[in-house]
Design a protein around this ligand. Structure first.
Ligand SMILES: CC(C)(COP(=O)(O)OP(=O)(O)OC[C@H]1O[C@@H](n2cnc3c(N)ncnc32)[C@H](O)[C@@H]1OP(=O)(O)O)[C@@H](O)C(=O)NCCC(=O)NCCS
Length: 277
């Protein structure tokens, strides 16, 4: 195996094809899931606000090979603050346990500083990968399992259409990696997005409207059992529990932040589940 110190770091705007191959293999093909990278990350073809850090083994027998990569999407979180959402951090299996993700994250920090970003932000179920690189936990997400407790007496008209729309550019939000398709269900007062996984499970991933209107729509349009990705303290959970939905919440990803500027960002608003990397 090549000496790790001779691996080459390459920073690009946009995500080049060799890095895409590794990302696809690690996060989708090896897990038997996935539609296409653009179906899950509609912004991945952008070269304006999307950057990729690749680690190249220049001595691979058949030419260069990407052995690690991560993606950074820059986002304005206020008038004067831009942060980088970091995601798709991966290292090829043969290279794991050799500090290569730490090296990628160090390069991400340098890039963030060069781009004058206020902070790097990421969501993970493996915080230990990031703690040594000075990322700190500042939020906890939950995955909920919802079960209808009584038959709904609400009847209302709603529309249901494929989501994301066929152009895939509706709002730069794509299918979560575990899903194969989605639907946007709407009434005059509320909208919800549900996605379906390969085994037919339904997950509520987005809702717009007053909690009472969203809960009405959920009661009418969702099956008896569904999952939900939800942030700490979201009012929808209480509203649904009032309506006798049994909702069990389990800790899911944590949000981690690495501040790059002073004063630090302390109050980053909730970032929608579908806007994350
Ligand atoms: C997670 C992954 C990127 C780690 O890469 P790596 O090069 O093996 O990690 P490193 O050797 O640089 O280790 C860095 C730290 O992460 C920790 N770590 C490594 N793999 C880990 C894992 N799977 N779970 C939790 N912690 C892990 C190490 O213990 C080390 O901690 P330390 O600094 O306290 O010693 C790699 O295993 C991978 O590509 N996994 C599949 C994709 C994935 O899950 N990505 C993370 C998405 S959040």
């Amino acid at each position: 195996m090549t000496d790790p110190s001779s691996l080459k770091v390459v920073v690009t705007s946009g995500v080049p094809a060799p890095a895409r191959e590794l990302l696809w293999e690690v996060f989708f093909a090896s897990r038997g899931r996935g539609v296409s990278l653009p179906a899950h990350f509609p912004w991945i073809d952008s070269t304006d606000n999307v950057f990729c850090i690749s680690l190249l083994d220049a001595h691979f027998p058949k030419g260069e090979k990407v052995i690690g990569a991560l993606v950074i999407k820059t986002v304005d979180v206020s008038m004067h603050q831009q942060v980088g959402f970091v995601g798709l951090v991966c290292v090829a299996e043969d290279w794991r346990g050799k500090n290569q993700s730490s090296r990628l994250l160090l390069e991400a920090t340098k890039l963030g500083q060069n781009l004058h970003l206020h902070a790097l932000v990421l969501w993970t179920q493996k915080p230990n990968v990031y703690i040594g690189q000075d990322f700190v936990i500042d939020g906890q997400d939950f995955f909920g399992c919802a079960l209808r407790g009584k038959k709904s007496i609400i009847t209302m008209a709603f529309t249901s259409e494929g989501w994301p729309d066929s152009t895939g550019i509706q709002n730069q939000q794509g299918l979560p990696p575990f899903s194969i398709g989605g639907r946007l269900i709407s009434t005059e007062h509320a909208k919800v997005v549900i996605v379906e996984s390969l085994d037919g499970d339904v997950t509520l991933v987005k809702w717009i409207g007053r909690k009472e209107d969203v809960a009405d729509l959920v009661e009418c349009a969702l099956p008896d059992k569904w999952g939900v990705n939800i942030s700490e303290g979201d009012a929808l959970v209480e509203e649904l529990r009032k309506r006798q939905f049994k909702i069990d919440l389990m800790p899911a990803a944590v949000r981690m932040v690495k501040n790059l500027k002073k004063p630090s960002i302390t109050l980053l608003n909730t970032i929608e589940f579908l806007d994350r990397v």
